[in-house]
Ligand binder design. Structure first.
Ligand SMILES: Nc1nc2c(c(=O)[nH]1)N[C@@H](CN(C=O)c1ccc(C(=O)N[C@@H](CCC(=O)O)C(=O)O)cc1)CN2
Ligand SMILES: NCC(=O)N[C@@H]1O[C@H](COP(=O)([O-])[O-])[C@@H](O)[C@H]1O
Length: 216
């Protein structure tokens, strides 16, 4: 069964799609979205940036763009479920059409997924279903793959198991270390993220039997 997700906003529409981005680190993917969304034709507006930790460059990037920010630290809550509830409340306050996890290093829980079902996407620096988790580039390098890349997927209750929106492929070089490989991945990943978040915002998307298609 298909599930209408983001309603399309034709390029140049008066009301761009409202996007909340969650980060945990440097925020270069966030920066790419901030830069792209400066063009009204992109069809999306970053209405808030949230994080699971303070003092990160991703929050500073939002500040420089006068985008509201919030932080929900797991250690400030009595339980994982309490954190998940609070995170969902903070995100919901901005009434997002789409939530983008861009280097957000926490698994969102059942309440978050129920409240934003089908509207949460995540970018992962590996070709799902290979190398899930927090060390995708390092795991791919250790395995000895010749190509790797990044995956944009609709988040589900699993770890990097959700329906795939897009993927991009990069070569692994003989002299790569994990950092060099990750930086090569991130160049392609940022392009993939910007292009596909823009399409989701402008055209909407559906999920049918794990297949993600743009348009409604
Ligand atoms: N329900 C889901 N939430 C998230 C997913 C997902 O697939 N399902 N993807 C992550 C992003 N991610 C990989 O792309 C990822 C990030 C973090 C972890 C993880 O094991 N996190 C640990 C804590 C690690 C830390 O704090 O350093 C945890 O959450 O306990 C796995 C995959 C975004 N959310
Ligand atoms: N499993 C989650 C994960 O590894 N996410 C990865 O963190 C990086 C964040 O970079 P950024 O902060 O510069 O956007 C990105 O490469 C993203 O795919």
């Amino acid at each position: 069964m298909s599930t209408p997700s983001v309603e399309p906003t034709p390029s140049g529409a008066a009301a761009p799609a409202r996007v909340v981005v969650l980060v945990s680190g440097s925020g270069t993917n966030l920066q790419a979205l901030l830069d792209a969304s400066a063009d009204p034709a992109y069809g999306a507006r970053i209405v808030a940036v949230g994080a699971d930790r303070d003092e990160i460059e991703g929050l500073a990037r939002a500040d420089r763009h006068n985008v509201p920010t919030f932080v929900a630290r797991l250690k400030d809550f009595s339980s994982r479920d309490a954190w998940d509830h609070a995170l969902a409340d903070r995100v919901a306050a901005f009434e997002p059409d789409l939530v983008v996890l861009a280097g957000f290093m926490k698994l969102v829980g059942p309440e978050f997924l129920e409240r934003f079902e089908g509207k949460v996407v995540n970018t992962h620096p590996a070709l799902c279903p290979s190398f899930p988790g927090v060390n995708g580039p390092g795991d791919a390098l250790a395995y000895g793959v010749k190509v790797t890349g990044a995956t944009l997927f609709v988040v589900d209750a699993g770890v990097d198991t959700g329906p795939i929106v897009a993927q991009t492929v990069v070569p692994v070089e003989d002299d790569d270390d994990a950092s060099a490989l990750h930086e090569r991945i991130k160049v392609a990943e940022r392009r993939m993220l910007v292009d596909n978040v823009g399409r989701m915002a402008r055209e909407g998307f559906r999920i049918t039997d794990r297949k993600v298609r743009f348009g409604l």
